[in-house]
Design a protein around this ligand. Structure first.
Ligand SMILES: Cc1cc2nc3c(=O)[nH]c(=O)nc-3n(C[C@H](O)[C@H](O)[C@H](O)COP(=O)(O)OP(=O)(O)OC[C@H]3O[C@@H](n4cnc5c(N)ncnc54)[C@H](O)[C@@H]3O)c2cc1C
Length: 474
């Protein structure tokens, strides 16, 4: 670049890293990433555990066609699979220790898929995804085809779906997710549960650097432990200050701070304040929390007790549910079930969303472990030896995140706010693209996903590349 502009990127998550790689590969030499944490990756957070890496953050590559993560990596990495859709590996357990009839459950799962495919109707809906599912479910169950499904089973399955939707969307409540917006998130064709096996999602960063041929230069451009606490974009040079009182100057700034952290900080972070439309997006797009617990056992007890499964789901009988509601075990009702971690034969994992995430994050490790064992014993009706190790996440209370990922809530829809509003570039008074925004929450098509973050990071860099090409021509 003849002009050699200084581009600063806030955040070394996937969107920040890809933006830097894209710029560097196009000849921008003056690129700096300021990262608040002491590592790169952001919400890709692979941690050593057992003989490999488990993922506290992003774990699955969902879809193949049109998924930029898959498209970038599949020739370099042979993905595994969790087996979410493998009916042989699925077991439905009821809270009294009995099992769900497999055929019956399969029939209801097909019904669920049918409802999920009603995209056109969802698009027309003014209500929540919870309202939509409940209405369609009840209508469909009127058919004689479902005469063999008794009321208790209907209710238990509905509660299970609700639990799953809340975890998938990291939402407090499925009545908070806009059905219309739910229908707008694009599902890439192909396998939805591709795993990084024991290598962890962090493998993506090695592949990105190799593909962009920046392995040698990128590391010198990333400054860790540099939390940005103020950005002044009043003049042509943007002044960026970090918590340790270092001051940087930039010509352009790409902001990839997670929406959860932006919500807390944006008013103090930017001078002048961000445009009204941007603030409205920051304040009204929802940022939820997904939690994870990993339990490592001496031996896979589930095989020994003839409970073999890849995934087990928990269906609550009403009376059992009532018994723990209002107690300090209520958080357990937000657990869908447990799954085997691909490549880790001794580890079970569970995921949870819902309205008890704050409690979950403040509970001690010991309580989390004890409660999980209580739950497994209740549903499996077996005695379980204590795990030899346990890991759990805390995304809500991590100050650089304040949650896990974004979704469009009923409020988002009512306020007529879109992820594009969050992405919109802010120009300074001289018409220069000054603040560019990228990250998972700015992606309408793939909100919440790594491939959404990756696409928006690349796009932000492309905007600057185009801007400089135009400048050259003038
Ligand atoms: C529990 C969990 C499970 C998930 N599961 C999946 C999954 O299975 N599949 C999938 O596709 N996606 C999943 N996701 C979502 C995925 O991880 C994110 O969409 C993606 O990683 C976000 O990338 P990003 O670049 O937008 O943001 P981030 O990765 O969050 O990067 C932003 C960076 O900004 C830094 N930062 C924040 N504030 C400042 C500041 N003031 N100064 C400097 N730096 C700052 C942060 O430390 C962070 O490193 C999951 C996320 C979580 C949390």
């Amino acid at each position: 670049m003849s002009q050699n502009p200084h581009v600063i990127i806030i955040g070394a998550g996937v969107s920040g890293i890809i933006a830097a790689c894209n710029l560097i590969s196009k000849g921008f030499r003056n690129v700096t990433i300021l990262e608040a944490e002491d590592r790169i990756g952001g919400r890709i957070d692979s941690r050593r555990f057992n003989d490999g890496f488990i993922d506290f953050g992003a774990q699955w590559c969902s879809g193949q066609k049109g998924n930029s993560v898959y498209e970038l990596c599949h020739t370099d990495f042979k993905f595994g699979s969790t087996g979410f859709y493998d009916t042989d590996g699925f077991v439905g357990l009821i809270s009294n220790g009995s099992r769900v009839n497999k055929e019956m459950f399969q029939k209801l799962s097909l019904l669920r898929s049918k409802i999920e495919d009603m995209i056109d109707e969802m698009r027309e809906s003014k209500g929540s995804i919870g309202d939509f599912f409940q209405q369609k479910y009840n209508e469909e169950l009127e058919s004689s085809e479902y005469d063999d499904v008794d009321n208790e089973m209907r209710e238990m399955v509905e509660k299970l779906w609700e639990t799953e939707v809340k975890a998938n969307y990291a939402a407090k409540n499925w009545h908070d997710i806009s059905a219309n917006r739910y229908s707008q998130v694009v599902v890439c064709e192909g396998s939805q549960d591709l795993t990084w096996k024991t290598s962890g999602y962090k493998t993506l960063f090695d592949i990105i650097q190799k593909k962009y041929n920046v392995e040698e230069v990128l590391k010198d451009k990333i400054l860790l432990n540099k939390k940005v606490d103020h950005v002044n974009w009043e003049t042509d040079k943007i002044i960026i200050r970090t918590l340790d009182r270092t001051v940087y100057q930039a010509d352009h700034l790409i902001v990839t701070i997670p929406l959860g952290a932006l919500k807390i900080n944006h008013k103090l972070l930017f001078t002048p304040m961000l445009p009204e439309k941007k603030i409205k997006a920051i304040e009204n797009i929802e940022f939820g929390t997904l939690g994870k617990v990993f339990l490592e056992f001496e031996e896979p007890f589930w095989n020994k007790f003839n409970n073999s499964f890849k995934i087990c789901a928990f269906l609550w009988k009403k009376e059992d549910l009532y018994e723990i509601m209002g107690t300090d075990k209520e958080w357990l009702t937000n657990i869908y079930g447990f799954l085997h971690l691909d490549g880790f034969p001794y580890i079970l994992e569970t995921l949870l969303g819902g309205n008890k995430m704050h409690e979950f994050e403040t509970f001690s490790d010991e309580k989390i472990e004890n409660d999980c064992i209580w739950l497994l014993e209740k549903f499996m009706k077996v005695r379980i030896l204590r795990p030899i190790a346990m890991r759990r996440t805390r995304w809500l209370t991590r100050e650089n995140f304040h949650g896990s990922y974004s979704y469009c809530s009923m409020t988002t829809a009512a306020k007529d706010v879109y992820p594009e509003d969050l992405k919109e570039t802010v120009f300074n008074k001289n018409g220069k693209p000054t603040l560019l925004f990228a990250g998972e929450a700015t992606s309408s098509k793939f909100q919440g996903y790594v491939h959404g973050a990756l696409d928006t990071g690349k796009e932000a860099a492309d905007k600057l590349i185009e801007y400089f090409e135009d400048q050259k021509e003038q």
